[in-house]
Write a protein that binds this ligand. Structure first.
Ligand SMILES: NC(=O)C1=CN([C@@H]2O[C@H](COP(=O)(O)OP(=O)(O)OC[C@H]3O[C@@H](n4cnc5c(N)ncnc54)[C@H](OP(=O)(O)O)[C@@H]3O)[C@@H](O)[C@H]2O)C=CC1
Ligand SMILES: Nc1nc2c(c(=O)[nH]1)N=C([C@H](O)[C@@H](O)CO)CN2
Length: 230
C-alpha cells in the first residue's frame, strides 16, 4: 500500500525542517510549506519532499495554499501545523496589525486547512490519520510582553479539543506544547539562565509518539521540562 504524504507547515527551517527531515528518514512522503526560497529547500527536494509556497498572513493566502495543496495530493496521512511567528507586543498603534497577523498564522490557517483538508485525511488508506498543532507551554501561564502570541497559541490549543471531538473517530487531533527548545539567532539564552535548551529532537520524539498511537486524541502534550509548572 502506497503511503499518503504528511503535510508540515513552515518546514524550511529549525523545528519544522528537523521534523520534515526525520519524517523522511522514517519513510514518510512529505509536503512542506515555505515563504521564501533557500538552500535548505533544495536539500529537502533532493530527498523527495514536495515544497509548496504559502503565506498565511491573509485569508486569501491561506485559501490559495489550500487550492494548491488539493492539486498536489489526493490524500494525507497527517497535517502538522508548525508554522508560527514569535512576535512581541508592539506599541499600541501597531498592536492591531500584530494581533491580526498572529491570529492568521496560529489560528485561521490551521482552522481553514483542517476544514478544507479533512477529506484528504479521510481518503488516506492507512489505519490512522492525525492532525498535530504545535502550540506553546506559555499558554498555561500567559506571557508578559507577548500577550498576542500567547493568546493566539491558546486559541490553537482550543481548536485542538474542538477538532478532536468533531473529527473523531477517524482523525486524531492533538497538540504539542513546547517550552524553550531552540534559541533564536539573536537569543543568547541569558533570559533563561541554567535552563537546558534541548533542541528539536524532543519535539520530534513527541510527534512520533502521537503518529504511532491510535488511541490518543484531544490531548496537549507539554514538552517543556516542567516549565508549565512554574
Ligand atoms: N523555538 C522554540 O523554542 C519554540 C517554538 N514553538 C513553536 O514551534 C513552531 C516552530 O518553532 P521554530 O522552528 O522556532 O519557529 P521559526 O520562527 O524558526 O519558524 C517558524 C516557521 O513558520 C513559518 N511561518 C511564519 N509565519 C508564517 C506565515 N505567515 N505564513 C506561512 N508560514 C509562516 C516560517 O516560514 P518561512 O521560514 O518559510 O518564512 C518558519 O519556517 C512554531 O509554531 C513555534 O511557535 C513553541 C515553543 C518554543
Ligand atoms: N515561531 C516561533 N515561535 C517561538 C519561538 C521561535 O523562535 N519562533 N521561540 C520561542 C522561545 O521558546 C521563547 O518562548 C523563549 O525564548 C517560543 N515560540
Amino acid at each position: 500500500m502506497s503511503q499518503s504524504p504528511i503535510l508540515i507547515t513552515g518546514g524550511a527551517q529549525r523545528l519544522g525542517r528537523h521534523c520534515a527531515e526525520r519524517l523522511l528518514d522514517d519513510g514518510h512522503p512529505v509536503i512542506l510549506t515555505y515563504r521564501r526560497e533557500r538552500e535548505a529547500l533544495s536539500a529537502l527536494r533532493a530527498r523527495g519532499a514536495v515544497t509548496l509556497a504559502a503565506d498565511f498572513a491573509s485569508e486569501a493566502g491561506i485559501l490559495d495554499f489550500i487550492a494548491r495543496l488539493r492539486d498536489s495530493t489526493s490524500s494525507l496521512r497527517a497535517i502538522i501545523h508548525n508554522a508560527g511567528e514569535w512576535l512581541s507586543d508592539p506599541e499600541p498603534e501597531a498592536a492591531g496589525a500584530t494581533f491580526e497577523r498572529l491570529f492568521r498564522v496560529h489560528m485561521q490557517a490551521p482552522y481553514l486547512i483542517n476544514l478544507h483538508a479533512k477529506a484528504l485525511l479521510e481518503a488516506c488508506q492507512e489505519p490512522q490519520c492525525d492532525i498535530v498543532h504545535i502550540t506553546d507551554s506559555v499558554v498555561q501561564r500567559g506571557a508578559a510582553g507577548q500577550a498576542a502570541y500567547a493568546a493566539t497559541k491558546a486559541g490553537l490549543e482550543s481548536l485542538t479539543r474542538s477538532f478532536a471531538a468533531q473529527f473523531a473517530p477517524r482523525i486524531q487531533v492533538n497538540a504539542i506544547a513546547p517550552g524553550l527548545v531552540m534559541l533564536n539567532d539573536d537569543d543568547d539564552g541569558s533570559r533563561e539562565p541554567g535552563r537546558r535548551v534541548p533542541g528539536p529532537g524532543v519535539v520530534y520524539q513527541t510527534l512520533r509518539y502521537l503518529l504511532d498511537n491510535d488511541f490518543v486524541t484531544g490531548t496537549v502534550v507539554p514538552v517543556d521540562g516542567g516549565q508549565h509548572l512554574a
